[in-house]
Design a protein around this ligand. Sequence first.
Ligand SMILES: [Zn+2]
Length: 283
Amino acid sequence: MSQEIQETLVSGTLVPETKVSLIDIGANLLHRSFDRDRDQVIDHAAAAGVSPIIITGTSEESSRAALNYAQGRPGKLYATAGIHPHEARNFGQGSVKNLAALCTEGAIAAAIAVGECGLDYNRDFSPRDKQRECFEAQVRLASVKGLPLFLHQRDAFEDFRSILLKYHQHLGPVVVHCFTGSAEELSAWLELGCYIGITGWVCDERRGRHLLPLLKEIPADKLMLETDAPFLSPRTLQSGNSRNEPKNLGHIAAFIAGQLSKSPETLAAETTANARRFFSLPG
Ligand SMILES: [Zn+2]
């Protein structure tokens, strides 16, 4: 080895790029757009350093399916169990009991968080009173089970906050997933001690620009990253593929790291540690 190469090795120039290790805290892997190649999608994510992946449960049925599927890849996949506000119209008598069963170790591994649940007055796919009933029942379930909460909120700030406040004292960790709100909303969630989930929405120059200055307001120990795949493909990624995948989380992390003037490695280490602590994951 020449003196010159040895010196560059020591200075680090020839050291292969550090592989960033990330946890995708929210991917809708049971979505039908992954039916053809779900296993491959997970392999591609792992090859890109994204592992484990937390599959988001959005209905009783999808939560059960997510847990069943996650069971096949222990340590690589986990799942949450919840009813999304869009699905709240189907919330009924047995729903809480069924969700509680999914949060308990049994025939299938237990969910590691309650959610996705919350309120969405933007699209109003379910009546608002039904959304509130469904949301509150799940917040109560999380407090009883001592599980983290994975929350969705759009255009429902006041009602959402008042339900959270009611149970706040009895809750474990809470994440406001896919945060896209205002500075006021961000400070309200941080005041309640919530974690903030950021997706590729932040890469959207049309509707994500207001989030850029807010990134700096999120304490390093409260930020977590997610793709929300197959939705929200980062617009800064020129893949020509409209389906978002967990493997794209590295791109989102690099984009956010740039905004925060941090190295992607530092951001990855911080957000991965947050996700491990939040979901009580091993490692
Ligand atoms: Zn959501």
